[in-house]
Design a protein around this ligand. Structure first.
Ligand code: CP3
Length: 354
């Protein structure tokens, strides 16, 4: 790598690997590394609602930093949620009913759509920018601050269903009977996401990630026709900010076949898909990107020897896949029952092997 490229933020191992440059060490972080598996998170959370936690920069910064105090990580992801912009768009978010998020005013018609507002990111979501700036002040210079948003389709799914869903029936009703409501909503979310991620980079985010957890809930044809264009528009626009951008298409390998022409630096690979298969598919559609992932987060409930063995297995999978860069991570978010010590085993094995 040319020395001229090793300046500024590409000295951060995560940023270098994301751009396909040689990092000074192997970058690692964990999706959902801040959260309920940590007792210090539960202590903060017991005093405030989830939305309040996200909207209070000092508290959001505190829980963002908690995993960095415990573990030798190369990045922090700002503590927030993909559904926070929905609040700025006029919906109410709660987690009271036990099972996952609940959003008021589900979007099922043109009239429901007309109720939504287009937020001004600096004014209506500025607390996320403040949390980023506050967190960054306590991070080491070689650690990357990751900003994020949900991808338009995944956010739209929650906005339409009013929460989590098994069959996405309301989404499919719009797709097959009132498509202009769905495409209008996707375009609005696309615009909001561009403003929101731009604000995060202006506040100090060194890298961005777009979570498309439910990308696998559509046929490949519908994904390509309805979801791909707006996803590409968001990625093309925010990449102009100069920071590396990661896309996570959840739920399996098939979605990777539909990504030809996507402008992105890193694909975060779901745990279900071998990295070597992901790489083969992505190369087949002409995408030369870095990969992130993809330890099965449930492996972390296993004994230490098993966890270490799976870290070594993933490293040989990376060698077989041979992507231009790799960021070590799980292949979906950490779960609340994850034993905190298992993350230390993963990191120490990675450091021992690389
Ligand atoms: O550390 C981090 O990764 C940063 C914070 C973060 C959260 N959610 C915190 C959170 C991030 C990046 C997310 C993304 C997110 N949120 C996604 C995409 C990634 C994925 O997991 O697929 C999705 C689909 C959501 C929506 C969401 N938010 C759900 C389904 C839930 C409920 C989960 C549950 O188990 O109850 C949330 C709530 C949520 N987001 C929690 C956390 C720590 C738990 C809330 C609590 O403390 O009660």
């Amino acid at each position: 790598m040319g020395d001229e490229l090793m300046t500024g933020s590409s000295q951060k191992p995560l940023v270098a690997a994301a751009f396909g440059l040689k990092p000074s060490r192997y970058p690692i972080w964990f999706m959902r590394q801040a959260g309920r598996y940590l007792p210090e998170y539960r202590a903060v959370r017991s005093k405030v609602s989830f939305t309040e936690l996200c909207q209070t920069p000092a508290l959001a910064a505190e829980v963002t930093l908690q995993p960095l105090r415990r573990y030798d990580l190369d990045a922090a992801i700002i503590f927030s949620d993909i559904l926070i912009p929905c609040v700025a768009m006029g919906q109410t978010l709660s987690f009271d009913k036990g099972e996952g998020p609940v959003l008021s005013h589900p979007v099922r018609s043109q009239a429901d759509f007309a109720y939504l507002k287009r937020p001004v990111a600096e004014r209506d979501l500025g607390y996320v920018g403040e949390a980023i700036a506050k967190t960054k002040a306590s991070m080491r210079p070689e650690q990357a601050m990751i900003g994020f948003a949900g991808a338009p389709f995944t956010v739209a799914s929650y906005m339409i269903e009013g929460g989590s869903s098994k069959n996405f029936t309301e989404v499919k009703k719009l797709l097959f009977t009132d498509r202009s409501v769905l495409t209008g909503l996707l375009d609005l979310i696309g615009d909001v996401t561009i403003d929101y991620l731009t604000m995060q980079v202006r506040s100090g985010a060194d890298a961005l990630m777009l979570f498309d957890t439910w990308a696998g809930q559509l046929t490949g044809l519908d994904y390509r026709e309805v979801v791909f264009p707006v996803t590409k528009r968001v990625l093309d626009t925010v990449r102009q900010l100069g920071v590396p951008v990661t896309y996570f298409p959840g739920q399996g390998a098939d979605r990777l076949f539909e990504l030809a022409g996507l402008g992105v630096d890193v694909i975060s690979v779901d745990w279900r898909t071998r990295l070597s298969n992901a790489q083969r598919i992505l190369q087949g559609v002409g995408l030369d990107v870095s990969l992130q992932g993809n330890l099965d987060p449930q492996i972390l409930i296993g004994p230490e020897a098993m966890v270490r063995e799976r870290v070594r297995a993933l490293l040989s999978e990376v060698r077989a896949a041979n992507p231009r860069g790799h960021i070590f991570n799980v292949g979906h978010g950490l779960l609340p029952h994850t034993p905190p010590e298992s993350l230390s085993w993963v990191i120490s094995e990675l450091r021992a092997q690389t």
